[in-house]
Design a protein around this ligand. Structure first.
Ligand SMILES: Cc1cc2nc3c(=O)[nH]c(=O)nc-3n(C[C@H](O)[C@H](O)[C@H](O)COP(=O)(O)OP(=O)(O)OC[C@H]3O[C@@H](n4cnc5c(N)ncnc54)[C@H](O)[C@@H]3O)c2cc1C
Length: 571
């Protein structure tokens, strides 16, 4: 853990040192008179040199390590058709380490469509139109490939594309299939918003290391600032109030609880922890707080509502030996494909697909590719509530994915499109089987990198390659929801039922404390991130997104933190 001079009082306490919290801490303390305490429940991964698994070019290793995630976090994905969460909830990874999601995520670094932010502006949110957000996207980035009006080259966060050095024969073949169908190859995913394939932009430096916001923003120089104190392994349980004003937090470190005081408290704990902390502090829907035995400080019915994700599904191509990624695991998602569903009312470029070169770090994962797709502009909304039997425990997370039929229709359409691409005869040179399914519970046992896992999967991979029909026997167990992809694509009724039962997410929870204009009773914050009805309490994390952008959510979250930091500095 790193500390500066201990201070009893601060101007700001920031709760959560994740993608947004690190940005805010660094930006606020640029002004030497602003004193900041940054509190983070997880460990301080201070230097990339000491955390090769976090810095790895292959990001799957980081999020599979329970050392960096919250234990006991589970979520129901599909809509159960009632107001009760589904009984079956699956593990849902959320970061618990300095740097947060940016330290463990899939390193995809994209912004979304200009129309995503214009939509926010049209909702009455001052300052959030595309033209007003673009300067902050530029401010945060050091784009290593492009210098033009759409990009910044001097921000803290390096963004690059890895080039064809990480393309495998499977990648080349998929791009050829797309090109033959007239799908253009776009020069820049974060350039002009158009449909086409493109190299994935990633948050990675010149040395091919992931860069988290902890490493990009909390540099050794920033950590030396006397007005910044970073306390890791410190968990905030609630916010303290006096006369309708936030005055500090109750935090625990090493079993010892202590009250920390500040002029202002900013929640940056992520879209799942922030609404839970608010509710435990008495801010939320009063009927639910009463159900949990919590006294209401401020009735805000929107807390925990509007839970958003990108509903996903995928196909698993079995790769011929020569088509696999070689050497140590490297970045495995070189290519993205943006397309428009054409469904009435849905914006252009509302769908996303990736051609993935390996399914996991180990030898069996190397045999499998993925054609993975999701609804990038989703309309289904779920909710997060506390467990009345254990309000301090993990919250109940119910995504209700596909509860809006537009999401189901588009995900099923994307499945058909993926089967069409994956069945192109030209792929026979690289693929020898195409399956529907995902990672099974057995498969997940091997997600964490261990010597035993390497041995077992090495033997398994040898057997699968050597014995012709072994994979047909094993895959129904190794893959969850195993099915014949082409048969499903040929029967729409069956396909929609399948999609509704297998839908997953992509770790993009957002919207649970959404911004909204004056008079919007479900709004939790105003457009400056200030919690409605209370003084000195702010939020800057993925929870304040009013609608989900057509993008992985890390870059949009960092952009929002940059923008809110400017506002808070000016107070
Ligand atoms: C496995 C995974 C893969 C992903 N892949 C991508 C991707 O490829 N590209 C992309 O753009 N996005 C991706 N995302 C999403 C992206 O990382 C998140 O949207 C982003 O990190 C959210 O930032 P945040 O600041 O809202 O929350 P976080 O970054 O999650 O930060 C919240 C921090 O608060 C801390 N905290 C929570 N509660 C408390 C408490 N009570 N006391 C103290 N500290 C607390 C947490 O430990 C955490 O460090 C992925 C996320 C995950 C988990």
């Amino acid at each position: 853990m790193s500390t500066a001079t201990p201070q009893a009082e601060a101007d700001f306490i920031i709760v959560g040192g994740g993608s947004s919290g690190c940005v805010l801490a660094a930006r606020l303390t640029e002004n030497p008179v602003i004193r900041v305490i940054l509190l983070e429940a997880g460990i301080d991964a201070a230097r990339p040199e000491d955390f090769p698994d976090l810095a790895s070019a292959y990001p799957g290793i980081a999020y599979s390590n329970p050392r960096y995630t919250w234990a006991g976090m589970k979520a129901s994905y599909a809509y159960s058709g009632s107001n009760r969460p589904e009984t079956k909830a699956n593990r849902y990874e959320q970061a618990r380490v300095l740097g947060g999601g940016s330290a463990i995520n899939g390193i995809g670094a994209n912004r979304g469509s200009p129309s995503d932010y214009d939509e926010w502006g049209e909702m009455g949110l001052d300052g959030w139109s595309w033209d007003e957000c673009l300067p902050y996207f530029k401010k945060l980035e050091r784009d290593l490939d492009f210098t033009n009006d759409l990009h910044g080259n001097s921000g803290p966060f390096p963004i690059r594309r890895r080039g064809d050095e990480i393309w495998t024969p499977f990648t080349h073949a998929m791009l050829e299939v797309c090109a033959a169908r007239g799908i253009p190859f776009l020069p820049d995913q974060n350039g002009v918003w158009e449909d086409g394939t493109f190299e994935m932009a990633v948050n990675m430096d010149e040395k091919k290391r992931r860069v988290s916001t902890a490493w990009a923003y909390l540099t050794p120089d920033v950590r030396r600032r006397p007005n910044l104190e970073i306390r890791t392994e410190t968990t905030v349980s609630r916010i303290l109030f006096a006369n309708g004003r936030a005055t500090g937090v109750l935090a625990t470190r090493g079993g010892h609880a202590q009250e920390l005081r500040a002029q202002k408290v900013v929640l940056a704990s992520g879209a799942l922890a922030t609404p839970a902390i608010l509710m435990r502090s008495g801010i939320g829907p009063s009927h639910h707080l009463a159900e949990c035995g919590i006294e209401t400080v401020q009735h805000l019915p929107g807390v925990g509502q509007n839970l958003m994700e990108h509903p996903s599904a995928g196909l698993v191509p079995f790769l011929k030996m020569a088509a696999r990624q070689k050497g140590v695991p490297d970045y495995h998602i070189p290519i993205g494909y943006r397309f428009s569903s054409g469904l009435e009312g849905c914006p252009a470029g509302d769908m996303h697909m990736n051609f993935v070169t390996r399914a996991a770090w180990h030898p069996v994962g190397r045999q499998l590719g993925s054609i993975f797709f999701w609804v990038n502009k989703s309309y289904s909304r779920g909710q997060l509530t506390l467990d009345p039997a254990s309000p301090e425990g993990p919250p109940r997370i119910d995504f209700r994915m596909l509860s809006d039929r537009r999401d189901l229709v588009r995900l099923a359409d994307a499945f058909e499109r993926a089967v069409g691409l994956g069945s192109d005869p030209s792929l026979n040179k690289v693929v020898s089987g195409l399956y529907a399914g995902g990672m099974s519970e057995i498969g997940k046992l091997f997600s964490k990198k261990t010597l035993l896992g390497a041995l077992v999967t090495s033997m398994g991979a040898l057997g699968i390659d050597a014995v012709g029909n072994l994979r047909e026997k094993l895959f129904p167990y190794m893959l969850s929801n195993f099915a014949d992809a082409r048969r499903l694509a040929a029967n729409r009724t069956e396909l929609e039922a399948y999609i509704a039962s297998v839908v997953g997410g992509v770790w993009h929870p957002s919207g649970t404390c959404r911004m909204g204009p004056d008079g919007d009773r479900m709004a939790v914050t105003d457009s400056a991130g200030k919690v409605r009805g209370l003084d000195s309490l702010y939020i800057t994390d993925a929870s304040i997104m009013p609608t989900i952008p057509c993008a992985n959510t890390n870059l949009p979250t960092i952009m929002m933190a940059e923008k809110i930091a400017d506002g808070l500095k000016a107070l």
